[in-house]
Each structure stands twice: as structure tokens, then as C-alpha cells.
Design a protein around this ligand. Structure first.
Ligand SMILES: [Zn+2]
Length: 310
């Protein structure tokens, strides 16, 4: 049977047909600095309509081996990502770095498990965070994407970063840094010292509305510290790569700050949560894509965090 005919036949029986990438789709990657690569996910929510390919992914090539930064939102995205990396370099993949335990960033981990000598690394709190939500991620994959993923097919990190760690790839080192609770309680950034490229994970959103899943106050406290990083190129977790560091942080900081100030004011004036989600931060929210999906959720999280503060 010809491949195309086989694919069409497979479509008749597969719920996942709609998300099958078009033939010849090479899973686009760009080299943003020498030896430093990025795949830009779509600026969208994690959905079957985009195949779960929404997070930015990266890899850095040393003289000895390669480090992969995040693995994509489904096992299939992970496989395509792995193949794309293999088209660039035959060097061994010695590290897979998970920036945080959200499904769009980590559910491709299994595609890298077969690499000889590979180790998975993440922030120290990552395992606990992923373990708590893994059943929900697997249910969502099955229900919405028609993809079955078992615990055995999702490798967890075996190396945890408490504060910082250096990885030597041969001829270049990566600085991994774990942060206090901000976007999540397990955010990790990666700095390639050689090119001063900073992979921020979801500590930085560009275009895509920031999503509060850790601590609003914590995130606002982390941003000025993150801004001190000596970076020339910033790869956000979502949205376009930026050469305007640290100025690129400002839009996110403004939004989060409006969320903090206006939620506090709402609580002080005894607004209910239902009233607050309709009113807080509306002007700032209008600047972001996906505000309809995430803004009310953010206000809810902010309200819960700030309700009983002094
Ligand atoms: Zn995230």
C-alpha cells in the first residue's frame, strides 16, 4: 500500500487523525545563536486542534553532547522534536531538562528515554508537582487528544536542582537555576553562558497571557531577580524569541502588577470573587492573546492568594 493511502486508511480508524501533521512537515526549528536552537510552539492553549504543540522547546549543542530543553505537549510532539534534533546533530543527548511540570512542556519526555546515557533533570519540586497532576494529564490526553500515555512511558527526572547546577556539554556550560514559587513551584531557567541565551521556561510569556499557577506575589518578586541575568537572547516559554532583555519582561510585569493591585483593591472594597473576575485587570488583560481563556482564572488565583493577607 502506498504511504498516502495507508495514512488515509489509518485516519478512518484513528481519533487522532485531525492532529496528524501534514506530509513533509519538518517541525520547524531555528538557530537563535551558534549551537542554540528553538522550536516555537503555537501561541495557543494546549488543545487537540494544534496537536498540543504550543510550548517553545530548545536544544543546545556542545562539542561532546546535546542538552534538550522541554519535550513538547504529547508523545507525538516529542517524537517529532527528537527527529528534528537528529537532523541537526548526531551527538549523544546527555541531558533532558524539564523547565516545569506543565503538560505542554513535558509530555514528550518518553521520546528521549531510549537515548544511551541520557539523564533527565528538573527543579527539586518538579517530581511532586508532576506526580500530583499526572493522572489528570493522562486523562486529558486520552479524552481530548485520543492518545494513551501510561506512567511507565513518562520518564521523571532523576536529578533535582535545589538552587543552581552547571552542565558541561563540552566547550560550553549551561547554568540551571531553580526559582522560588512563581509561575509554578518548580520553575527552572537555563542560561547558555557561551552565547548568553536564557531559556526562561514559563517565567516569561510573550504574546500569550501569563498564567498564574504558583504565586502571584512570588512571581512578581522573582522577576527583578531574573532581570539581573546577563542575557543577550531570551527564549520565553511561549511567544517570540527576544533580543531585548530584560525590557521584554516589562509587559508581563505590568499585567501581573495590575492583577495584584486591582485584586487587593477588590478584596478591600468587599467585592465578591464573581464581581472581581469581571472587573479586575480588564484593561491590562486586553493586551494579551488568550485572555478569554486565562484572565478570569488568573483573577481567581490572585483572589485566593490575597484574600487573607494582612
Ligand atoms: Zn507553564
Amino acid at each position: 500500500m502506498k504511504p498516502v493511502a495507508a495514512a488515509l486508511l489509518a485516519c478512518l480508524f484513528a481519533t487522532a487523525c485531525a492532529q496528524t501533521p501534514p506530509a513533509g512537515d519538518a517541525f520547524a526549528i531555528s538557530e537563535v545563536a551558534p549551537g542554540v536552537y528553538v522550536h516555537n510552539g503555537q501561541v495557543d492553549d494546549w488543545l487537540p486542534s494544534n496537536g498540543g504543540d504550543v510550548a517553545n522547546l530548545g536544544f543546545v549543542v556542545g562539542s561532546r553532547c546535546v542538552a534538550v530543553i522541554d519535550t513538547g505537549g504529547t508523545p507525538e510532539v516529542g517524537r517529532r522534536w527528537h527527529d528534528a534534533i537528529r537532523r541537526v546533530t548526531p551527538l549523544p543527548i546527555c541531558w533532558v531538562i524539564d523547565t516545569h511540570a506543565h503538560p505542554d512542556h513535558v509530555l514528550g519526555n518518553g521520546a528521549f528515554a531510549g537515548e544511551a546515557g541520557v539523564r533527565f533533570v528538573a527543579a527539586a519540586h518538579f517530581d511532586k508537582a508532576l506526580a500530583a497532576r499526572e493522572p489528570f494529564f493522562e486523562n486529558a490526553l486520552q479524552r481530548d487528544f485520543g492518545i494513551r500515555l501510561t506512567h511507565a512511558e513518562l520518564p521523571y527526572p532523576t536529578v533535582g536542582v535545589d538552587k543552581t547546577m552547571e552542565l558541561d556539554l563540552g566547550g560550553r556550560t549551561l547554568l540551571l537555576q531553580a526559582w522560588p514559587t512563581a509561575h509554578t513551584d518548580n520553575d527552572l531557567t537555563i542560561l547558555d553562558r557561551k552565547t548568553r541565551t536564557l531559556y526562561t521556561g514559563d517565567l516569561l510569556f510573550v504574546e500569550h497571557m501569563p498564567v498564574v499557577d504558583g504565586s502571584l506575589k512570588g512571581w512578581l518578586a522573582v522577576l527583578p531577580e531574573l532581570a539581573k541575568t546577563d542575557a543577550a537572547v531570551a527564549v520565553p516559554g511561549h511567544g517570540a524569541v527576544s533580543h531585548d532583555w530584560p525590557a521584554v519582561l516589562k509587559a508581563e510585569q505590568d499585567y501581573l502588577n495590575a492583577l495584584l493591585v486591582e485584586t487587593r483593591a477588590a478584596i478591600k472594597s468587599r467585592m465578591t470573587l464573581a464581581q472581581a473576575v469581571d472587573r479586575v485587570g480588564a484593561a491590562e488583560a486586553a493586551h494579551w492573546k488568550l485572555a478569554d481563556r486565562f484572565h478570569r482564572r488568573n483573577v481567581t488565583a490572585a483572589y485566593a492568594e490575597l484574600e487573607w493577607e494582612d
